[in-house]
Design a protein around this ligand. Structure first.
Ligand code: HEC
Length: 268
């Protein structure tokens, strides 16, 4: 038997199969996408679940998160997201939404840090409490203008650190965020790369996260998006809710100033 011939035939068959599969799955994906647009954004389910989680007593403390201060006073959710990240007096730190949630779960509900950061991103059979909470909180800022404060020296510092990170080149390809995100009209294959230094682009990019990702069937947070970009940059994955993430988020949020918040959105 000519195994080489068989190999080639097999490869041809495999290619045809893969192409057919890719075609049906992308067609399916588009059909699914259209259906979802017609029916509304599935992120609404995350928002609803998040509101429930926010109001449910949990942790050893058996308290809800309703007393959590997201920056506008204990329990105020409306409009909190468009003013984050911000400086918090009680911690003496600049925090973004995900970091603040970890803090509230620890201090109010008595959950350990380890537990609070354990499942930031949901997967099949592994639900995250963070994604729905973030979907709920951000949805309460829909229609409001981005107004991240930078008056406090630590807010300014976080912004400057984020800016430095944006331009910091490194890794096997010597990439910075700026390599992919500082020119108009750049793309990787079919994906358009937002120019974060262009106000309209920066606003569109920031005000649409978190988003329900059709390709993943989950609501993904800004940290999830950023982790993927650090991976694109061939950098190690940043720690969840770390100060580095807060700093780069501060930079992105400030560049989006004045943009009308429109998340959680629907994305590819
Ligand atoms: C190698 C190229 C590359 C690098 C480096 C990179 N990104 Fe990205 N970025 C992408 C791609 C690809 C997308 C997805 C675009 C899409 O799906 O339309 C993206 C999307 C984004 C988005 C969301 C845009 C939107 O409209 O949804 C933000 C924000 C972002 N990147 C920020 C960053 C930051 C901050 C860094 C540095 C830590 C970075 N990126 C590094 C390629 C890169």
């Amino acid at each position: 038997m000519n195994t080489k011939r068989l190999g080639v035939a097999g490869a041809v068959l495999l290619c045809a199969l893969t192409a057919a599969l890719a075609q049906t799955s992308s067609t399916d994906e588009i059909a699914k996408y259209r259906q979802m647009l017609a029916d509304g954004n599935p992120a609404e389910l995350w928002e609803m679940r998040g509101e429930e989680l926010w109001k449910t007593k949990a942790g050893p403390g058996k308290v809800s998160l309703e007393r959590c201060d997201l920056g506008k006073g204990a329990g105020i959710v409306k409009g909190a997201y468009v003013e984050l990240p911000r400086f918090f007096k009680d911690t003496g730190k600049v925090m973004d939404l995900e970091q603040r949630l970890v803090y509230c779960r620890m201090t109010l509900q008595g959950i350990s840090r380890e537990e609070a950061v354990k499942t930031p991103f949901g997967a099949a059979g592994k639900q995250s409490t963070i994604e729905p909470l973030v979907a709920y909180i951000t949805s309460e800022s829909r229609g409001m203008k981005m107004a991240t404060p930078t008056a406090h020296p630590l807010e300014k510092r976080a912004y400057e650190t984020g800016k430095q990170m944006f331009y910091y080149r490194g890794g096997s390809h010597d990439f910075a965020c700026a390599t992919c995100h500082s020119a108009d009209g750049q793309r990787i294959r079919l994906q358009e790369l937002p120019n974060i230094l262009n106000k309209a682009n920066a606003q569109a990019a920031y005000t649409t996260w978190p988003a329900y990702r059709v390709s993943q069937g989950e609501v993904r947070t800004m940290q999830h998006r950023l982790n993927d970009c650090f991976r694109q940059q061939r950098f190690p994955e940043p720690m969840y809710a770390s100060e580095a993430i807060t700093a780069i988020t501060m930079f992105l949020a400030k560049n989006a100033e004045g943009g009308v918040y429109a998340g959680p959105a629907l994305k590819r």
